[in-house]
Design a protein around this ligand. Structure first.
Ligand code: GLU
Length: 291
């Protein structure tokens, strides 16, 4: 094992890519100022700056939820911290920027953030504008209803045309649900974030909320029994980390890290500390796709 590691390190050195020393996610641990990365790379730039800006969600329990300290917490946030750590940047040097579904491509293109880790489904349309490392998790679209409602049993329940469903602008579930609706104009309600959909479900403006199962599970768990999932998941949503479209070095760096944390236990720990509180099945990290 040690020999394998040494061989891998040597191979990386030959490619002219340095390896960061171990900076902890403990804010007190300073990042290694001496670490060297490929000259001119995003990794080198970020390591030298000792600062990274990460886009994530602020209203999704389990994946990215802003706490009383003003900082987000969740599985996506932990993945972001592990990337920063690999860059030699301590967790307290991460600037977290709330990034709603509809603006994710734009903030990456503009460079407002260095990366987005935000329940972000990898798909071809998005790959026209940005690039994805990952996947690091595979979710699936699901439906959430009020606990006392047994009239909705899955997406087919919307076909009759009377039930209203809420989702989020610029999200894949908002697009996927359309084929189950008789009348999009009256049945589909779109907001900027899922917390607004949950409010609409609470005050009965809508009959259901649809998005990824893991997001909905977070809302179910924090609802005191008010909501439940209906039916089964009906899509696959592989989550990726969004970076600039042409930044293949940074994408490879993140993919290498994802492979590393899948093996060294930090992926499982990140899950168990966050979304694992609602979903006890610790996922096996999916194979990364280096397209
Ligand atoms: N994974 C889906 C997407 O990327 C839904 C979750 C979200 O809106 O963040 O659109």
């Amino acid at each position: 094992m040690l020999m394998k590691r040494l061989a891998a390190a040597a191979a990386i050195a030959v490619l002219g890519v340095g390896v960061a020393a171990c900076g902890g996610t403990d804010p007190a641990t300073p990042g290694p100022s001496t670490a060297s990365f490929k000259a001119g790379s995003t990794m080198e730039k970020l390591n030298k700056a000792q600062k990274i800006t990460i886009g994530t969600k602020f209203d999704q329990p389990g994946f990215g939820l802003k706490g009383l300290d003003g900082k987000p917490a969740g599985f996506d946030v932990e993945i972001g911290k592990l990337i920063a750590k690999e860059l030699g940047i301590p967790a307290d040097k991460i600037e977290w920027v709330e990034t709603k579904s509809a603006v994710r491509e734009e903030v990456i293109e503009k460079g407002t953030v260095d990366l987005v880790v935000a329940t972000y489904t990898i798909n071809d349309a998005r790959k026209q504008r940005i690039a994805f490392a990952g996947p690091y998790y595979v979710a699936g679209q699901h439906i959430m209803v009020r606990s006392d409602d047994s009239s909705i049993t899955g997406p087919d329940s919307f076909k009759e045309g009377t039930k209203k469903v809420c989702s989020v602008q610029g999200s894949t579930p908002a697009t996927n649900i359309k084929k189950y609706l008789k009348d999009e104009a009256t049945q589909l309600v779109l907001f900027g974030g899922y917390a607004e959909c949950v409010d609409a479900l609470k005050n009965k403006t809508v009959d259901a909320v649809t998005t990824d199962n893991v997001i909905l599970l977070g809302f179910v768990a924090s609802s005191n029994g008010a909501y439940k999932l209906a039916g089964n998941k009906f899509t696959d949503e592989p989550y990726g980390i969004g970076v600039k479209k042409d930044d293949t070095d940074f994408r490879n760096f993140i993919n290498d890290l994802l492979e590393k944390i899948a093996k060294d236990g930090s992926y499982a720990k990140a899950w168990n500390d966050t979304a694992g509180k609602f979903d006890k099945n610790t996922p096996t990290a999916p194979a990364v796709n280096r397209y």
